[in-house]
Design a protein around this ligand. Structure first.
Ligand code: EPU
Length: 469
């Protein structure tokens, strides 16, 4: 399936890289994200068995790729996930003048030595949330940035005031107009102390990037601690930065003059792994989830154990097994190391099938329960009041045509389809493909009956065509 693409010239050095090459396609000027009528057809009701390999972390990759813009030299990045958000960012860098070389399916070289532009096509930038990392990266390298206001999944107001506050403390003036963010630091950036009023992943990473080449020392207090924050700091350090304390609430960045190239391998995706854990919890079965850092999954696995799921941590894998009933649990989403908001729709879906009444509290985003309406179509008993969802477990879900309304909600729809007897059609799957590499292939390998259906003809027209043929 082709995703979207808009790239002018890519050198593929290894025929095994064909898949990534296709993602980066040569079909100029075609942008299909947001317009897709493609669907997943799922015939559910059976447990999952087998092994699944987790890809590189989306939320690390979408920060590390823009961060490569600050590097004057070749960054070889391994464990790149093949997802449309990555494609989009690579296309943005390419448009800005980066040389991108695909080494194999999961490895690319990015060389931004000759990049001089600070502006990328608006249409590409506005489609993804992570384009805001270009502000920190461009400010860090060029002392100025012009970036579209971020898009991405819609679950309430998504302000960037903490990013702006941080850039201001480093000496940049920031203006938002006509859907764009313009940031300039006439005299270059210099270090300072930034206390974040809310724990923000994006602001922590963005300020970290800008501060990497600022004069002197920057301290970020009340910083986010997610594994992808540590990953970005490790990436920048391996390119010559001096960042200390990432993974704690106080990060110190000692500005350096220049970043030069190097090698880096992105960590495995905590949320993709969590999604497969939740899927097995919901359907039952036994799956070995490979290429994970079990410690990053503790915040998810501890809750699943409470729900009656058996989980064994291995070296770089976890074994998940569910044979008996699922039990109710109360869940509150929080910044890391709390239960991740990006696992909330998936755990709610599993709790729909648990014995008893569960209470879920979303404390990160204002409006992350839109998908509940879809689960109700399948017989789920969920009441939502503001940030709280009360879930009364039912003995089974029934199949229905449902739609993804954002990335993680989309993953939850797939899990619901896997549990429901009969045929479930999941629409708006472009959301899912923003962040899950080959979800259909990976689930098929676990015995799931799931198929990708390319855009059908207008569903209203179909019966008439059939009637006259
Ligand atoms: N916030 C502010 N001001 C800011 C920034 C954030 O008030 O300047 C608030 C937000 O409104 C929200 C909270 O702070 O209530 C946390 O937002 P954060 O900045 O941490 O979120 P983000 O950086 O925009 C990233 C992930 C999200 C994930 C959140 C929370 C990326 C590209 N996105 O978003 O991931 O939900 O952190 O962990 O890393 C996903 O992968 O599906 C996804 C949405």
């Amino acid at each position: 399936m082709d995703i979207l693409l808009y790239i002018i010239e890519i050198r593929v050095t290894d025929p095994d890289a064909a898949a990534l090459g296709r993602m980066l396609g040569t079909d100029k000027n075609r942008i299909r994200e947001g317009e897709s009528l493609d669907q997943y057809i799922i015939r559910g009701g059976a447990p999952l068995y087998g092994e699944v390999e987790i890809s590189g972390a989306k939320n690390a990759a979408v920060a590390i790729i823009p961060a490569a813009l600050m590097v004057e030299g070749v960054c070889r990045i391994e464990n790149i996930p093949q997802i449309s958000d990555v494609t989009m960012l690579l296309n943005i860098l390419k448009e800005m003048g980066a040389h991108i070389r695909i080494i194999n399916k999961t490895t690319i070289d990015i060389d931004c030595s000759n990049v001089e532009k600070t502006i990328a096509p608006f249409e590409l930038m506005r489609r993804i949330r992570a384009s805001y990392y270009l502000i920190g990266a461009e400010l860090g390298r060029f002392g100025r940035a012009e970036v579209a206001m971020p898009g991405g999944c819609n679950f309430g107001v998504r302000p960037i005031d903490q990013h702006v506050k941080g850039f201001g403390i480093l000496g940049a003036s920031v203006e938002v107009k006509n859907g764009m963010v313009y940031a300039t630091a006439e005299n270059g950036l210099s270090g300072g102390t930034v206390y974040l009023d809310v724990v923000s992943v994006g602001a922590t990473m963005n300020i970290m990037m800008a501060a990497t080449m600022a004069q002197g020392k920057t301290t970020i207090e009340n910083a986010a601690k997610e594994p992808h924050i540590v990953d970005l700091a490790n990436f920048l350090n391996s390119m010559g930065a001096d960042i200390r304390g990432a993974g704690t609430s106080v990060i110190r960045i000692y500005g350096v003059k220049k970043l030069t190239g190097g090698f880096y391998s992105i960590i495995p995706d905590q949320i993709e792994a969590g999604t497969y854990l939740a899927a097995v919890a919901a359907t039952g079965g036994q799956v070995l989830i490979k290429n994970v850092i079990p410690k990053h999954l503790d915040c998810i696995t501890q809750k699943l154990i409470e729900m009656g799921v058996s989980i064994t941590d291995l070296d770089e894998a976890v074994l998940v097994k569910r044979e008996g009933p699922l039990y109710k649990a109360n869940v509150k989403t929080m910044p890391y190391p709390g239960f991740p908001t990006d696992m909330q729709p998936q755990i709610v879906t599993a709790l729909c099938l648990a014995k008893g009444i569960s209470i879920v509290t979303e404390s990160v985003w204002d409006n992350r329960y839109k998908y509940v309406a879809e689960l109700r179509k399948m017989g789920a008993q969920i009441q939502v009041d503001g940030k709280t969802a009360v879930i009364e477990g039912v003995s089974g879900l029934t199949s229905a045509p449902i739609a993804a309304c954002d990335l993680r909600a989309g993953a939850a729809m797939v899990i619901a389809g896997l549990c429901a007897k009969g045929e479930t059609i999941v629409e708006q799957i472009h959301y899912i493909e923003r962040g899950y590499e080959d979800i259909v292939g990976k689930l098929k390998a676990l015995g799931a009956k799931i198929d990708y259906m390319p855009s059908p003809t207008d569903p209203l027209a179909r019966p008439i065509l059939q009637a006259i043929s």
